[in-house]
Design a protein around this ligand. Structure first.
Ligand SMILES: *[C@@H]1O[C@H](CO)[C@@H](O)[C@H](O)[C@H]1NC(C)=O
Ligand SMILES: *[C@@H]1O[C@H](CO)[C@@H](O)[C@H](O)[C@H]1NC(C)=O
Ligand SMILES: *[C@@H]1O[C@H](CO)[C@@H](O)[C@H](O)[C@H]1NC(C)=O
Ligand SMILES: *[C@@H]1O[C@H](CO)[C@@H](O)[C@H](O)[C@H]1NC(C)=O
Ligand SMILES: *[C@@H]1O[C@H](CO)[C@@H](O)[C@H](O)[C@H]1NC(C)=O
Ligand SMILES: *[C@@H]1O[C@H](CO)[C@@H](O)[C@H](O)[C@H]1NC(C)=O
Length: 635
């Protein structure tokens, strides 16, 4: 769409406003008075971010109520495309993915919504919310006007946005504004045709009246490629000494209109192997006070962080690959388990100086329970279960294929070959840097040899007979969600070699562990013979009863190395206590049964403790800073 068409739309919007008449619902930018206007009156939002995909559905209402009781009048919500379109044209809005019920709850509680439908969202979420299947076309240029990318974007927006349109504020709903893309100015492509295309797509499906906006880091350099005429420009920044200066870059692009910080950072995310992040409540409260004093609109990112359940955590790339932890607590005002913190009360006090707080008490923390020690037993080694985990059988290929080439989005793929010759003296099994994405667990004739890592240890010494089975179980630790490298292919990206011999003739097993667990496996499977206490990828199971209650709890992994945990078939995410800083996983009480035994399935990838058990605590341990281990280069 050219600038002419944009002007026509603006004109159409203006005409609609005039004909709407007094008393009609409206949400607009008032440039003359540097503010928003809601139903004609000056309006300011004090908002908080919550991601429904990171909070179990039974807790949505509790978290939103606590946000409302904190004095917020709006919530900011991302829609992760890859959570809703797992395969091209296959849509899922059921259960935990029921966006419509979540939006209904926000309306019921009297909260307005600032919606961020992407298509790219960052959010420290797998691939920034883009579906991994986009990479089935390996040369696709993401976040650009590449026609293959735009086709996929348009069919998704064609499903999502028409269902958003009736919920827009002027149509009687509670959605006051919609963000287009996210921090696009931080991306290398700087493709204005792409932004223009998105603007036209959003307008075509949402009409001319709704306020569309962008947000970027608060530097002119970032705003330059992230903004477009017709999209209101806002900025993102955390607590700092001089708020006027922090907003100055927004004023370069929006000389008039409301000041908006769309992501005021209340804390920060954690990476595996780095110190737990946090920020002081006093500093966060002071920054908020300064912004409100200035008349600015603020969204606090995050207000409720939550959890990267399953395989949904993302990763950053700063000199090396940095995967994000399972917890997305974020040191936010509401903790990962949804409990009010000191930071929440400090923020609420500040808000109370500027607008009336709702009557009544803040709902208390949800009860927690230390269910204690639960012994687990080794059920089977992963290699014994290939027929269960990969019922379709392996894909033969002379050279390795990526996850994307075999259409596996998340989790694990096993690569099997045979030693091409006798190896009497230790020979290095080696992968080029970025050859194994992201972790590869090596076994020779079923005996665990060790781990290869994307930017870490890339060789292992092996000895063995010609024909011995060499297996590499490769794990996707989350696709990069920010920066230049978001086309983050997984699996074996390069050839492996043994000494000077290139390894070839692979059998590739895409594993669907979650489907097997959902079918009741391995509880329902016959007892495996294998109970050998040897290291390597294996399943462990156990069960625990609760004393008639199903309260939230936190599970610790004493002596375990690295793996994935399911309780009653729900994938709670990755644990990695040897790397830290996160030591416990959050287990929402809504997953637990107060009557039937609760079933634990654990896929340990490296090595279990001699007498395996897990420990349920009544508090989280997120802050065990660990020194970088061998094979982990400094950031
Ligand atoms: C913030 O920066 C502005 C512009 O540089 C300056 O005029 C003002 O005095 C500063 N305020 C504080 C509190 O330092
Ligand atoms: C983590 O623990 C260290 C050492 O106990 C402490 O100094 C630091 O403040 C903690 N960080 C957070 C974010 O709680
Ligand atoms: C492999 O063996 C060689 C020769 O013994 C040794 O120098 C090297 O450190 C070993 N590499 C690893 C990763 O163990
Ligand atoms: C990541 O992107 C940067 C900038 O384009 C590039 O220089 C670098 O090679 C990329 N790294 C990988 C591992 O693809
Ligand atoms: C592996 O090596 C072969 C032969 O040199 C080459 O054709 C192929 O592209 C390589 N595969 C990968 C994934 O690098
Ligand atoms: C756990 O598994 C057992 C045995 O299959 C089953 O009877 C029980 O209902 C399961 N528990 C839950 C909470 O699903």
């Amino acid at each position: 769409m050219g600038p002419g068409a944009g002007a026509l739309l603006l004109l159409a919007a203006a005409v609609l406003q005039l004909t709407a008449g007094a008393g009609a619902r409206s949400f607009q930018v008032d440039r003359a008075n540097d503010c928003f206007r809601k139903d004609g009156a000056p309006f300011r939002y004090v908002s908080g971010s919550i991601h429904y995909a990171r909070v179990p559905r039974p807790a949505w209402r509790d978290r939103l109520l606590k946000m409302y009781m904190s004095g917020l009048n709006a919530v900011q919500v991302y829609v992760p495309w890859n959570y809703h379109e797992p395969l091209p044209g296959l849509y899922d809005f059921t259960g935990d993915r029921d966006l419509w019920s979540f939006l209904d709850l926000t309306a019921e509680l009297g909260l307005l919504v600032i919606l961020r439908p992407g298509p790219y969202i960052c959010a420290e979420w797998e691939m920034g919310g883009l579906p991994a299947w986009l990479l089935w076309k390996p040369d696709i240029v993401l976040r650009s006007s590449d026609p293959a990318y735009l086709r996929a974007v348009d069919s998704w927006l064609g499903v999502l946005l028409p269902r958003i349109e009736p919920r827009l504020y002027h149509n009687g709903g509670n959605i006051i504004s919609i963000q287009v893309e996210n921090e696009y100015g931080s991306y290398w492509a700087c493709d204005y045709d792409y932004l223009r295309h998105l603007l036209a797509s959003f307008r075509a499906r949402l009409g001319g009246q709704v306020l569309l906006f962008t947000t970027d880091g608060n530097s002119a350099a970032e705003l330059r490629c992230g903004t477009l005429q017709g999209l209101y420009a806002t900025v993102d920044f955390g607590p700092g000494p001089n708020i006027t200066e922090a907003f100055a870059p927004q004023r370069l692009f929006e000389p008039k209109g409301p000041l908006v910080n769309s992501e005021y950072y209340t804390g920060w995310l954690d990476y595996w192997g780095e110190a737990h992040a946090g920020s002081s409540p006093a500093q966060v409260a002071q920054g908020l006070q300064d912004m409100l004093q200035l008349g600015a609109n603020v969204n606090m990112y995050m207000f409720q962080g939550g959890t990267n359940f399953g395989y949904w955590s993302g990763a950053d790339y700063k000199g090396r690959y940095k995967p994000v932890t399972t917890s997305y607590d974020y040191d936010a005002p509401l903790s990962e388990a949804g409990d009010p913190t000191d930071k929440l009360f400090a923020i609420r006090t500040v808000i109370g100086k500027f607008q009336p707080l709702p009557e009544g008490p803040m709902p208390p923390a949800t009860p927690k329970y230390a269910y204690g020690r639960v012994p687990l037993r080794k059920q089977a080694e992963l290699l014994e279960l290939l027929e269960v985990l990969c019922p379709a059988g392996p894909i033969p290929s002379r050279f390795p294929l990526t996850f994307e080439a075999v259409k596996q989005a998340h989790g694990f793929v096993l690569y099997r070959t045979r030693l091409p010759r006798d190896v009497w003296d230790p020979a290095p099994l080696s992968a080029p840097r970025h050859g194994v994405c992201d972790l590869g667990y090596a076994l020779l004739d079923g005996v665990y040899q060790g781990r290869l890592e994307r930017d870490g240890q890339t060789t292992l010494n092996l000895t063995g007979r010609a024909g011995a089975a060499l297996d590499l179980l490769v794990e996707n630790m989350g696709r990069i969600n920010f920066g230049a490298n978001i086309s983050d292919f997984k699996g074996l990206l390069r050839n492996l070699s043994l000494g000077s011999t290139l390894l070839s003739d692979w059998l590739i097993y895409p594993l669907d562990v979650d489907a097997a667990v959902a079918r009741g496996w391995p509880q329902a499977a016959p007892r495996a013979e294998s109970s050998r206490a040897r290291p390597g990828p294996a399943f462990y199971t156990g069960a625990f009863d609760t004393p008639g209650i199903a309260w939230d709890t936190f599970v610790k992994f004493p002596g375990w190395s690295k793996g994935q945990l399911w309780i009653n078939g729900f994938n709670l995410g990755r644990y990695w206590p040897v790397r830290g800083p996160q030591q416990t996983l959050f287990v929402p009480g809504s997953l637990l049964s107060a009557s039937a035994p609760n079933n634990i399935t654990l896929l340990e990838l490296e090595g279990a403790p001699p007498r395996p058990f897990v420990l349920f605590l009544d508090r989280p341990l997120l802050n065990q800073t660990v020194s970088p281990g061998p094979g982990l280069p400094p950031a």
